[in-house]
Design a protein around this ligand. Structure first.
Ligand SMILES: NC(=O)c1ccc[n+]([C@@H]2O[C@H](COP(=O)([O-])OP(=O)(O)OC[C@H]3O[C@@H](n4cnc5c(N)ncnc54)[C@H](O)[C@@H]3O)[C@@H](O)[C@H]2O)c1
Ligand SMILES: [Fe+2]
Length: 382
């Protein structure tokens, strides 16, 4: 056995912990911080608990709140400029995956020693970076514990920067921040996290006993709390379990990388501006059915976590898992078909060829996905 496991050094789980963000920065020597967030997080008042302590402790604070979902290069450039202008010595990513991913890149690029165009791909970003705290406000991407940042580089392509340098110093998990997350965002981001756990557990490369353990516990927490978090958004226990589940799934997939569902989801997000979690949800069941002949025993193992009473052969158990997951979007009020998000059959060839660009993800698929397979899978999801 041989593996190398990376994770965020410090994961703080604390209800109401966002109120002490400034103290966490001060403890680590920060004197001038830039918080990176988006307009939705700002207008939901999620920073309100955190701001007073910056004043009390005399930490100079800048706020960059222009992050857009699936951040394009221009947003990263703007945030880097903001960090340079306010001479930030500490970066905070406060929001969903989009805000956290931008913050990770800003911490890396603010010194001006590396350029975004040179760090795409695996291991290209060398660092050092500015000190970094990530505070997730969705229970989805797990970006607070991943070595990855995703950038939308064109209308058809998302690229990843992957480097241990992007792991923050601290991930701060305060479930109170997620209490007001709208139901459809809770559902889509929660399914994204489940996909992370499933794809990490079934990945062809770099799967190991630690990532397996994390993926299984993540799936248990996520599947056990998703409906409640969507239906009763104010249930702090369900919210906390979702936040922890998403974090554990992030720890799993940053070491045992995601595959076909994400590869086929990214073109949907890039071309049709469908939120990341929803794009994944739309492709999940078709890709799992495609993998079933190879991955059925692993799917059966996961199926038993969600439904302990599952019986029959491993193929039958795997099919029941796929059926359960295929029904989730409808149960949670999300669109179920590509047609529901405006995709038509003449879009499919383009989507399939876009998906083939996701070589970083496709190499992890338990079953090889060709251009023709991708088109068949999109057609099945239509
Ligand atoms: N770095 C990684 O490891 C990784 C993994 C998966 C996905 N991603 C990337 O993350 C991005 C998606 O992130 P996301 O799904 O978290 O969504 P997001 O960050 O784009 O946020 C979605 C929406 O939810 C709102 N929102 C967030 N928290 C809220 C709260 N608590 N209350 C009310 N509204 C809130 C935001 O304002 C925004 O409008 C994509 O760019 C995707 O490619 C990154
Ligand atoms: Fe994802």
């Amino acid at each position: 056995m041989q593996f190398d496991f990376h994770s965020t050094r410090s994961v703080l789980v604390e209800r109401g912990g966002a109120a002490h963000l400034a103290k966490r920065i001060q403890e680590r020597g920060g004197k001038s911080a830039l918080i990176i967030t988006d307009p939705g997080v700002l207008s939901a008042g999620l920073l309100n608990q955190s701001l007073p302590q910056f004043k009390e402790l005399g930490i100079v604070l800048g706020i960059f709140s222009d992050v857009q979902a699936d951040p394009p290069i221009s947003v990263i450039d703007g945030a880097v400029k903001a960090a340079q202008e306010c001479r930030a010595d500490f970066i905070v990513g406060f929001g969903g995956g989009s805000s956290m991913d931008v913050a990770k890149l800003v911490a890396l690029l603010a010194s001006g020693k590396e350029r975004l165009s040179e760090v795409y791909g695996v291991g290209m970003a060398k660092g050092p970076r500015l000190p970094l705290i990530l505070v997730p406000t969705t229970a989805g991407t797990g970006s607070e514990v991943t070595t990855i940042s995703i950038v939308t580089v064109s209308e058809s392509e998302k690229k990843g920067v992957v480097s241990p340098q992007l792991l923050p110093d601290v991930a701060l998990l305060d479930a109170e921040l997620t209490l007001g997350l709208p139901a459809h965002v809770t559902a889509a981001t929660g399914i994204d996290a489940m996909v992370h756990a499933i794809e990490a557990f079934t990945t062809r490369r770099l799967k190991n006993p630690v990532s397996d353990c994390l993926a299984k516990e993540a799936l248990r927490l996520l599947a056990g709390n998703l409906h409640q978090a969507v239906q009763v958004g104010g249930d702090i226990v369900a919210r906390e379990n979702m936040l922890l589940g998403a974090c554990l799934a992030g720890m799993a997939f940053t070491n045992a990388p995601v595959a076909g569902v994400h590869a086929l989801a990214y073109p949907i997000g890039a071309r049709f501006h469908v939120p990341h979690g929803l794009s994944n949800s739309l492709m999940l069941a078709p890709v799992m059915r495609f993998n079933l002949e190879i991955a059925h025993s692993m799917y059966a193992e996961l199926g038993k976590i969600i439904k302990p009473g599952l019986g029959g052969s491993s193929v039958e158990q795997a099919k029941q898992l796929v059926q359960y997951l295929g029904g989730l979007a409808g149960e949670l009020g999300l669109p179920e078909r590509l047609a529901d998000v405006g995709i038509v059959s003449t879009d499919i060839d383009q989507l399939a060829s876009d998906a083939m660009l996701q070589t970083r993800l496709l190499i992890n698929s338990p079953r090889e996905i060709t251009l023709n397979d991708a088109a068949v899978l999109y057609r099945e999801a239509l």
